[in-house]
Design a protein around this ligand. Sequence first.
Ligand code: CO
Length: 152
Amino acid sequence: MALRNIRYEGDEILRKKSREIAQVDERTRILMDDMVETMYANEGIGLAAPQVGILRRVIVIDLGDGKVYKMVNPKITQKSGEETAPEGCLSVPETRGTVPRPMNITVEYLNENNEKVELEAEGLLARCICHEIDHLDGILFVDRVVEDVEEG
Ligand code: CO
């Protein structure tokens, strides 16, 4: 595995739309492993491929509960409820803000074995998935902030 360089707000790649992956192959698995390693090294709980300069629809998440999610072409198929809570982002250092997100979602994606998975998520996991999918569409959490929490 290898660390990849994080891209920061102001880098135009973070504003571009990522493309789907037709088939999850070894190259995709290496990307996901590198993203997980990079996420851990930077003490993040989620990372999207554009944040390491790759415009592909790939995200990884680890909330620290022992589960590592690696999602290819994630798509939210259902959502309900709303909760407003603080967020941060490795690409927008030292900035936090409160963002409204759905409380419950259903997400479909391909896993590392190219198998279709349907997952129901709530609370922080749902929030994190929505945040990372936003990255795939060139959206940063600061675009959705309703109230700044703190700076620095
Ligand atoms: Co982010």
